[in-house]
Design a protein around this ligand. Structure first.
Ligand code: LAN
Length: 745
């Protein structure tokens, strides 16, 4: 829960005095056994539950009387709400696990190591939990997710196959944390050497290894900070890139420009021997620049990149080393530094994400290890860490607080049981009200390439500062819905001026073509993706428009119009119509939409249908909605429910989970979409079947099982939304109960 009045802050400290003797014994057992017993203990774990989950009441039979089903759904909902209310923190949000990617912790640990702050920032207990986590996710024979691939490596994310990126960086991380060459480490080392050694790690890995003295800077493609000096009219100006690419390549270009390498010690020298198949100094660094292990290759460099980087590497870089051009480099570095400082200060040293958090921290340190900036960075490291039963991980963000809370409110309201669960709503309402970003970040926004943020919401906490279109949309929907509840139940409604700010911000974020991107307007061209140097990620260079973002905005503006019919009516109506057209335009031939932030076609199709309905289109008058419903219905599993694999995201083809198992979150999304479209009045059977899956999946304590990973970014990396397993079954069953069961009685 929060500390120091930072609303929504999540922070873990070890306190040996807490817990009953039984709990302590239990926890010690789990922790001491780490990397021998691993998941085999029955400790209540997201992952263990995933392994060992057996439906508690799967004996429930075929044809229940409607009456009985009604009661069963209601019982399930009550139990689910009671359980979920117990997870709520005092300041109103639901702390949760936002882990999944495996390339984040290494950045942090390497960053802390080179700044000599490992033991300052992280207690021994933190380090122990981090090691436990890393060992727990090594791909081994017992490993649930990859039984076919028992090779001792690590993936890009917890469900992925082994990659050089994951394996080499995790290996290095464990060594920096003090591990020696035990059996597990040797397996990992073998994995790396079998593939010709660490030379072929993808570019972001090359980067971190260079900082650590394990890779030569000449083996990296250039990351010239001079880009920041170019005129903004050029499409490839960093100010026109997706903010995440901009904010990651900013500190990278700073460290590259300085060719920073930590001082070599015996550990680093030993690692040079452990990780290379041929002697370190005989490596051909020029070829190394473009090498990438086949396991890691998701987005192969187009030829134009090889030409571009080759030119920059062989011609531009040597020139920039010499006077007077070296002056230019100095100037570029000082401009980059200014942007780094701006990012640090406007995010309270949290930074926009986990990658630039660690990088910026190193940048501050190399300029002045005793700076206030650096110590402020250290103070915000723990905001990214999350302790779960599989150990301590670095999350994909400083939490998913506002995002989850906004969905949770809508889910709880859908049950119509809010009389009973009013306290939960009141607390969540306060949280959302308290997390609205009240002011723009400081200075001339344009100079810092920032969109305004006043009136918006972030994905996590207001301290993070970066507002997002759909986070604003979902939060706005939540507060608007709450404002229609009696204040005795939901608390005081948000005042109109604050809602106007949100609407104003949203209207400013619509692109020419009607679609909405994530944090900013789309500022440049899709062909720039050709210069995406990150082999493991797709579509990172510009802020594209997304069906999810576009729909969330439509829904919120439509809801706003209901409460404030007169306010900027013309603009809002036009915005919604254009946005809905955009959604229809990007519908795929099979009636679905591709999801960029959740798995995958089910997620996006849910969003699309909700957006189109909110724009006033209906099943009856919209061919698009009918095709979308047909798509969803065609994917329903034989025994009911929907279950989509993360492979859909990377291959862009709808893929069922292995064994055609249903996934409760996919099932809930599909149900929500079909209910919203009114399919129940035509044939409610698919909904009855889906509801049954959800009801039967519930655990005895009211929780739902943690199943396969359900979030994604940049096509290829998965991320856990652990709150979804509670939120979406509640939401879908809530709608099902009130809009299907009670209506068709
Ligand atoms: C997120 C998390 C939230 C997510 C939604 C709001 C769900 C989405 O609808 C819009 C995009 C957004 C804001 C988003 C963008 C990419 C993020 C920030 C992440 C998936 C969390 C982690 C990821 C970030 C890019 C991870 C670092 C990796 C890089 C390639 C820079």
């Amino acid at each position: 829960t929060s500390v120091n009045n930072h609303v929504g802050r999540q922070h873990w400290e070890y306190d040996s005095s807490l817990g009953t003797p039984e709990e302590i014994a239990r926890i010690d057992e789990v922790r001491q056994g780490f990397h021998k017993t691993r998941f085999q203990t029955k400790h209540s774990s997201d992952l263990i539950m995933r392994l060992q989950f057996q439906r508690s009441n799967n004996q429930s039979q075929g044809n229940l009387l409607v009456e009985e089903e009604e009661n069963e759904v209601k019982r399930t909902l009550r139990k689910a709400l009671r359980f979920y209310s117990a997870l709520q923190a005092d300041d109103g949000f639901w702390p949760g696990d936002y882990g999944g990617p495996l390339f984040l912790l290494p950045g942090l640990i390497i960053g802390l190591y080179v700044t000599r702050s490992l033991n300052v920032a992280l207690s021994k207990e933190h380090q122990k939990e981090i090691m436990r986590y890393l060992y727990n996710h090594q791909v081994c024979d017992w490993y649930y997710f990859s039984r076919k691939n028992e090779d001792g490596g690590w993936g890009l994310h917890i469900e992925g196959h082994s990659t050089m990126f994951g394996t080499a960086l995790t290996y290095v991380t464990l060594r920096l944390l003090g591990e020696g060459l035990n059996d597990e480490m040797q397996k990992a080392q073998k994995w790396i050497l079998d593939r010709g050694g660490v030379v072929s790690i993808p570019s972001w890995g090359k980067f971190w290894l260079s900082v650590l003295g394990l890779y030569e800077w000449s083996g990296n493609n250039p990351l010239p900070p001079e880009l920041w000096l170019l005129p903004r009219a050029l499409p490839l100006h960093p100010g026109r890139m997706w903010c995440h690419a901009r904010m990651v390549y900013l500190p990278m270009s700073y460290l590259y420009g300085k060719r920073f390498v930590t001082s070599l010690n015996s550990l680093v020298l030993s690692l040079r021997q452990e990780l290379y198949a041929t002697p370190y100094h005989s490596t051909d660094w020029d070829t190394a620049r473009n090498s990438c292990a086949k396991e890691d290759l998701y987005y192969p460099h187009p030829v134009i990149q090889d030409i571009l980087w080759g030119g920059l590497h062989k011609i531009a870089e040597p020139i920039l080393k010499q006077w007077p051009f070296s002056k230019l480099r100095q100037r570029a570095l000082s401009v980059a530094k200014k942007h780094l400082e701006y990012e640090d200060e406007s995010t309270n040293y949290i930074c926009i994400g986990p990658v630039n958090k660690a990088l910026n921290m190193v940048c501050c340190w190399i300029d002045d290890p005793n700076s206030q900036a650096f110590s402020r960075h250290l103070a915000r490291v723990k905001d990214y860490l999350w302790l779960a039963e599989d150990g301590m991980k670095m999350q994909g963000y400083n939490g998913s607080q506002t995002w989850d809370a906004s969905f949770a409110v809508q889910a709880i309201l859908s049950t119509n049981l809010s009389d009973e669960y009013g306290t939960m709503l009141k607390k969540a309402h306060n949280f959302i009200k308290n997390t609205q970003v009240r002011e723009n970040s400081s200075g001339d926004l344009d100079q810092w390439y920032r969109h305004s943020s006043k009136g918006g919401w972030t994905f996590s906490t207001p301290d993070n500062g970066w507002t997002v279109s759909d986070c604003t949309g979902e939060a706005l929907q939540a507060v608007l819905q709450l404002s229609r509840c009696p204040s005795t139940i939901a608390g005081e409604a948000m005042t109109a001026d604050k809602l106007y700010d949100a609407v104003h911000l949203l209207l400013s974020m619509q692109n020419q073509n009607g679609g909405f991107a994530t944090y900013e307007l789309t500022r440049s061209y899709a062909w720039l993706e050709m210069i995406n140097p990150a082999e493991t990620f797709g579509d990172i260079i510009i802020d594209y428009q997304y069906v999810e973002c576009t729909s969330a905005v439509i829904q919120s503006l439509n809801s706003f119009m209901k409460s404030y019919p007169g306010y900027r009516k013309k603009e809002i109506t036009a915005c919604i119509a254009k946005a809905a057209d955009y959604i229809e335009n990007i519908q795929l031939p099979d009636g679905s939409w591709y999801g960029s932030w959740g798995v995958c076609f089910t997620y996006a199709t849910w969003y699309a249908i909700k957006g189109l309905i909110a724009s006033g289109r209906t099943y009856q008058n919209s061919y698009s909605i009918r095709r979308a419903c047909d798509f969803l219905l065609s994917k329903e599993l034989e025994h009911g429910g929907w279950g989509e694999s993360y492979l859909s995201c990377q291959n862009k083809v709808y893929t069922n989970l292995e064994g055609n198992r249903p996934h409760i979150v996919n099932t809930a999304w599909a149900m929500l979409a079909l209910i919203a479209a009114g399919v129940a009045s035509i044939d409610p059977t698919p909904l009855h079947k889906g509801a049954k899956i959800l009801v039967q999946s519930q655990c005895d304590n009211g929780d739902f099982p943690q199943q396969e990973i359900i979030g994604v970014f940049n096509r290829n990396c998965m991320i856990s939304y652990s709150a979804y397993r509670n939120i979406f079954p509640i939401w879908a069953l809530g709608e099902y109960y009130n809009c299907v069961l009670l209506q068709t009685k």
